[in-house]
Design a protein around this ligand. Structure first.
Ligand code: FE
Length: 218
């Protein structure tokens, strides 16, 4: 892993930003998105699915699954050392009791941020993501620039996304796959200690569980 600037760096002009507006000139839809739209249109035309069914899946992940599930897991880990140990040991087994729908967590590995180690998640190959705990991946997560650059120059990319980590903090990048999905256990802000679990959950952001953000004190 290097942090040098490479000449072929494709992301320099359009590095990923959370929810950035794409004001520049690359196509609005990725090839993957166009393909998904084409497949959806064809399946609807053939009468195999309905647009309503597709919308229902999207709504399920945006509204009912969503990153709130992950936030509840994090809040529990912050409140309950036994649960935290179990979560870090076997994420899939530890979250079973929550009964989340949404899937993609057959092997969930939870990695813990500490004072010395910061974890960040990517899928370099495509966009593997733990849907049941984080909902649908943000657009930038699927951006080829994020997927390639976060591995090569994580400190630089995180800095560009608004997270400037001290040099003493080591960065670990976890590459998701169809087999293993990662989630970051962010550090609890010191000021939040002792708060009820429900209040803690409200502090936890999606981006902090991907590892491109840390949670600041309140
Ligand atoms: Fe993937």
């Amino acid at each position: 892993m290097t942090e040098s600037t490479s000449a072929d760096s494709p992301g320099k002009q359009h590095h990923p930003q959370p929810d950035e507006k794409h004001a520049h000139s690359h196509p609005r839809h990725t090839a993957q998105e166009l393909r998904a739209e084409a497949v959806e249109a064809l399946l609807i035309e053939k009468g195999l699915i309905t647009a309503d069914a597709v919308d229902a899946v999207l709504a399920q992940h945006n509204e009912r699954v969503g990153p709130l599930n992950g936030a509840r897991v994090v809040a529990r880990a912050w409140s309950d050392p036994g649960f935290k140990a179990a979560l870090l040991d076997d994420g899939t087994a530890a979250i079973e009791g929550f009964g989340f729908e949404g899937g993609q967590v057959e092997k969930l590995v939870v990695v813990e941020n500490t004072d010395d180690i910061h974890n960040v998640v990517v899928c370099t190959l495509c966009s593997c993501y733990p849907w049941a705990v984080l909902g649908l991946p943000p657009r930038w997560y699927k951006d080829p620039a994020y997927r390639s650059r976060i591995v090569r120059e994580p400190r630089q990319v995180l800095d560009e996304m608004g997270l400037a980590l001290p040099q003493r903090v080591a960065i670990r990048v976890w590459d998701s796959s169809a087999e293993v999905r990662y989630m970051v256990l962010p550090q609890m802000p010191v000021a939040a200690a002792g708060k009820p679990e429900n209040d803690l959950a409200q502090l936890v952001t999606r981006d902090s569980m991907i590892g491109v953000e840390v949670i600041h004190g309140t």
